[in-house]
Ligand binder design. Sequence first.
Ligand SMILES: [Zn+2]
Length: 290
Amino acid sequence: MNRFRRLLCRLFAGVVLAAPAAGADDGLEFQGVWRQGGMIIGRVAPMARVTFDRKSVPVSPDGHFVVGLGRDAPATMTLIVTDAMGPRHYRFDVERRSYAVQRVDGVPESTVTPPPEVMDRIRREQELVDRARAVDSPRRDFLAGFSRPLDGPITGVYGSLRIYNGVPKNPHFGLDIAAPTGTLVRAPAPGVVRLAQPDLYFSGGTLIVDHGQGLSSSFIHLSAILVKEGDELARGDPIARVGATGRATGPHLDWRMNWFDVRLDPALALQYFPPAPPSAGERTALRLRP
Ligand SMILES: [Zn+2]
């Protein structure tokens, strides 16, 4: 049994399985939950091509891929697998969620209604963030599963509508974990650092980690960043310290996940993709790490 199958078995509880339109044993395997904000890890025969939501999906040489469902993903979505036998269409029902409204008062007024002179800065910074999240690297760190980057009470959830100082703004896409300023943030999964910026206008100290094939984590409002762009991370490595920089009322970690520009819910990643035990080969590799 290969590692992926073992992972599938271990995670069987609560996992929605595909109802393939074609034959039962046609090579598509996946795990995860078809719910708004959810991520799906799949496997197809090597060399097969995958299309999801009309986007071409990166597939690793051994057939692994990851896709993500946005906050307002439609009621059904289609995954198309194309191999030597031609294209096969899989249609999935997506679970809808209802999102809370959260009022946040006491953030700096300049972060709710920014003065016109900072608009260029905001646009430049958004480009940096978009570019970091657009990286399509052949890494497969997402297969290792996800653990919490720190302990603490959850004070904000994915998807809620946010009203800052009485002004309705974009939904909140992160998982907020409250902790004192200076608390260590640890890598929730392996990856490579794509962006390390100490002071962005809205998000303050901001770190983006690439987990491969378009899947990334962002950590914001940090008081300190302990790694630099290009650094390779193992799960549990200290990467930053909690802060209250940018549009924040108090110290907390805001952890976000993206599949390219699609916003995902880190709470679902924790629930459906707990860390996988390293295989024998990986243990050897870990031992050999300098
Ligand atoms: Zn937040």
